[in-house]
Design a protein around this ligand. Structure first.
Ligand SMILES: Cc1cc2nc3c(=O)[nH]c(=O)nc-3n(C[C@H](O)[C@H](O)[C@H](O)COP(=O)(O)OP(=O)(O)OC[C@H]3O[C@@H](n4cnc5c(N)ncnc54)[C@H](O)[C@@H]3O)c2cc1C
Length: 790
């Protein structure tokens, strides 16, 4: 059995993502200073640099206290880089402070503390000379060579595109050291004989040079490191730093573009009023959020020396560079001709972005790096490895162990097999209810509910651990309509009687609920609903129909939105009612979906009487109740962890599909690249969920926004995983399997049953971006929040 590398568990420890108060202050102070004193793309200015060092103390911040800093390390450096990026400034901060500074601090041979002190004050600039023709941010092979001689070293080679070399007093040069047969880092005074600069300005205003080293004499003390790890650390710092600057740039371009779209008028309205531009801006925001999540993880990886930091940095760099490119291009596009003028801020930012994408590794190089360790974020098929994927932190570790022990005992091969064969967006009741009953014995059916209602009382971290373990193990999904959607609504809006009557039965699975929102004439525009609920004494009399009602054929209850006041404005006059499906006058008619499965129905109401006591919230105030429910439908629960499970399914299918050269698709380089792209994306989504849902500091932020961000992300990523599954299956993907393909007589347990259910899943999963608020509707919701354009 091959074992796969896995990501460090600390990565998902949400506390790592919180900034300290001091860091917030640093960001605010620097932001103010840069706003007051600089403009995007301004030429290099030594005064500004010295002010950063001596007045603000920003340059030394990452260094330890004895060297004038606060010991903020990579965390503080990330904040500074992001701010510099936000102001579109080309500065030597990344090269001098982050790359060279941290390399000097790590130096195993000669530390040069005086130089570090001078860097901190803004008195010295060190340029990093690593790239050579064709090297593009990779560690080697290096053509620059350091030959040992009696006095020290003689350096020979050509370094290309060395930023800030013309104004640097020192160059930090990587070279193949002949004595150690590996790379070394050398501190070279820029005015030393044999150093020749061929200088030019880059399009972001940075002074650069190609540097010829022609037998440059160095002393022994000038080599600061002589091992591959030192060079690798230097390069990782550079890549992570570029990610941070990219975030700042994206943020600035997005802000500038949104401002422009709000004030520029064409066709008699603001650009921001055109839906196509709103949605485009939302996509840019989402791009930024993904790059941000991965960059934070990379910074964590470096600051905490996590084992898999090269992978984290490569993933972040791939994302940050790709998304920066997209944001930059769209930002100029949305500015129209104004974006083409060199003095417009967006044009300046674009020029800086163009350079940043070309420094160090480019996005394709970073993606290749990720593809080398493809599958690193997935669980192994063994539980012991599965466990290692997640937290070692105190609170959740004990729970994880308990959950895994429970899964080992209770998730029978029969249940896991059935869950694997599922083809729809929800687990069918015979699977989900069986699993629910097993969880009920442990009190784990409703991790998100408060303890007094039968929930677990777990902390967010524990809840997250639980959800992830369940998804990673391939446990069936629970019936969401009651547990995740209706229950929170009853807890917030229900009467004491309703809570007492319905919540316990949701918990035990005695009631199976379905959702009656959509109607033939009311889909995305839910407020157009027409199901009439006319008051008739102590009852409502319901007439009309609901459509696309998932699993109504199995449910015994339906919650419906009905119009109780036909005169009121559209969003008023709607009420939220609980209706027994065996009420006289209800008829459920099946609708066969695109896959051939029967999941949805049309439900007809013909003079159906519903007691007034089944009204949830106030009469005519059901819209608020309905929206609260949608937040729970869209946002949280198993969907994001399920992405990892779907990737694992894809891997399993790829391993069982032959490729053209006697191997499996899993070994195919093109497949691996596509898989790596998806893996990076899913990792970003998982990290965003950690930020937005489980991080206490951010829970207070708009829940509607969180729900929409996550719904958009998991549904679209889920469909992309499906696409790759279909590509991987090749001609098998078109086989129309019979309805009874679940039976053992049709497939044996040796068959890759994950492949068998894939085509139907693919067909059914079209729904992911349609139901629960389509992707277009999510973008419209997000535009309101993000762009402040009501
Ligand atoms: C398999 C399945 C299961 C479902 N289960 C349930 C269920 O259990 N209960 C329930 O109540 N409903 C359910 N639905 C219905 C689902 O919620 C609706 O399909 C959804 O709200 C979209 O409505 P619609 O299908 O009428 O599409 P429409 O609203 O007609 O939209 C058609 C297209 O136009 C786009 N569009 C619409 N308005 C706008 C706009 N303003 N701006 C830009 N684009 C727009 C949409 O994004 C979509 O792409 C289910 C649907 C499916 C397919």
């Amino acid at each position: 059995m091959r074992s796969w590398p896995i990501l460090p568990p600390e990565l998902f420890d949400m506390d790592l993502f919180e900034r300290t108060e001091e860091q917030d202050l640093l960001a605010a102070m620097l932001g103010r200073f840069l706003g007051d004193t600089t403009s995007p793309g301004q030429p290099w200015a030594g005064d500004f640099w010295r002010a950063l060092g001596s007045e603000l103390g920003v340059l030394a911040a990452p260094f330890p206290e004895p060297l004038g800093g606060t010991g903020g390390g990579m965390f503080d450096a990330a904040i500074v880089l992001e701010k510099l990026g936000e102001h579109g400034l080309a500065t030597p901060y990344l090269d001098t402070v982050v790359m060279a500074g941290r390399a000097l601090l790590r130096a195993d041979e000669n530390r040069h503390d005086n130089l570090l002190l001078a860097i901190g004050k803004g008195d010295e600039i060190v340029a990093v000379a690593h790239d050579e023709r064709g090297l593009r941010g990779r560690a080697g092979p290096l053509r620059t060579v350091a030959q040992a001689d009696d006095a020290g070293w003689r350096l020979t080679g050509l370094k290309c595109g060395v930023r800030f070399a013309p104004i640097a007093r020192y160059l930090l040069v990587s070279a193949h050291s002949e004595d150690s047969d590996g790379p070394g880092l050398f501190l070279v005074p820029a005015d030393r004989a044999g150093v020749t600069l061929s200088s030019y300005d880059a399009i972001d205003g940075a002074p650069c040079a190609d540097v010829l080293l022609d037998g440059v004499h160095l002393g022994r003390e000038d080599r600061i490191a002589s091992n591959a790890a030192a060079l690798s650390a230097l390069l990782l710092d550079g890549e992570a730093g570029r990610c941070c600057e990219s975030l700042g740039l994206m943020r600035a371009m997005l802000r500038t573009t949104a401002d422009y779209a709000r004030q520029r008028k064409q066709f008699g309205k603001r650009l921001a009023d055109f839906q196509v531009l709103r949605h485009r801006l939302v996509d840019l925001y989402i791009a930024l959020e993904q790059a941000e999540a991965l960059t934070e993880a990379a910074v964590q990886g470096l600051a905490r020396d996590l084992d898999r930091r090269p992978l984290l940095v490569a993933a972040a760099r791939y994302s940050a560079s790709t998304e920066l490119n997209r944001v930059a291009r769209d930002a100029v596009q949305i500015h129209g001709a104004v974006g083409m003028m060199i003095e417009t801020p967006v044009a300046r930012l674009f020029r800086r972005a163009t350079v940043l994408q070309r420094e160090g590794r480019d996005s394709q190089g970073s993606l290749s790096e990720v593809a080398l360790c493809v599958g690193a974020t997935l669980p192994d098929t063994h539980h012991d490895l599965l466990g290692r994927l997640q937290a070692v932190n105190a609170g959740a570790e004990a729970l994880r162990a308990e959950v895994r022990a429970f899964l080992a005992k209770e998730l029978t091969s029969e249940l896991a097999w059935q869950a694997d064969l599922e083809t729809g967006a929800f687990s069918p009741p015979h699977v989900s209810t069986a699993w629910q009953r097993r969880l009920a014995t442990k009190g784990w059916v409703a991790p998100g509910w408060p303890k007094e209602q039968g929930g677990t009382g777990w902390s967010p971290r524990e809840r997250q651990a639980f959800e992830q373990e369940m998804a990673l193990a391939g446990a069936p999904r629970l019936p969401a309509m009651g547990l995740q959607m209706l229950a929170p609504v009853l807890m917030r809006f229900g009467t004491a009687e309703q809570k007492a009557r319905f919540l316990p039965r949701i918990l035990t699975g005695d009631d199976f609920w379905c959702q009656g929102y959509s109607e033939p004439g009311a889909g995305s525009d839910l407020a157009g609903l027409q199901l009439r609920a006319a008051r008739d004494g102590e009852h409502y009399r319901l007439n009309g129909s609901k459509i696309w009602t998932t699993f109504a054929q199995f449910a015994n209850w339906i919650f419906v939105l009905a119009r109780t006041d036909t005169q009121a404005a559209r969003h008023r006059g709607i009420s939220f009612l609980l209706v027994p499906l065996d009420s006289p006058g209800i008829e459920v008619r099946p609708i066969i979906s695109i896959s051939g499965d029967h999941e949805v129905n049309q439900v007809f109401f013909d003079d159906v009487l519903v007691p007034v006591t089944n009204l949830v919230g106030d009469e005519n105030e059901g819209w608020e109740v309905a929206m609260y429910l949608l937040e729970h439908e869209r946002g949280v629960g198993h969907q994001v962890p399920t992405l990892v499970r779907e990737l694992a399914r894809l891997r399993s299918i790829a391993e069982s599909q032959p490729n053209a050269s006697d191997g499996s698709m899993w070994d195919d380089p093109l497949f691996r690249t596509s898989f790596a792209q998806l893996e990076v994306r899913c990792l970003a989504i998982r990290l965003i969920e950690v930020h937005r849902v489980y991080s206490p500091a951010r829970v207070a932020a708009s829940q509607e926004m969180t729900a929409s961000v996550l719904k958009l992300l998991w549904s679209e990523a889920g469909q992309e995983v499906d696409e790759l599954v279909m590509q991987t299956l090749g001609s098998f993907a078109v086989v129309d399997l019979p309805d009874h393909f679940r039976d053992d007589e049709v497939i044996t347990r040796d068959t890759n049953h994950k492949a068998l259910s894939s085509t139907r899943r693919y067909l059914n999963n079209r729904v992911l971006t349609i139901a629960g608020g389509s992707s277009e509707i999510q973008r419209t919701v997000l535009a309101r929040h993000i762009l402040d354009i009501g």
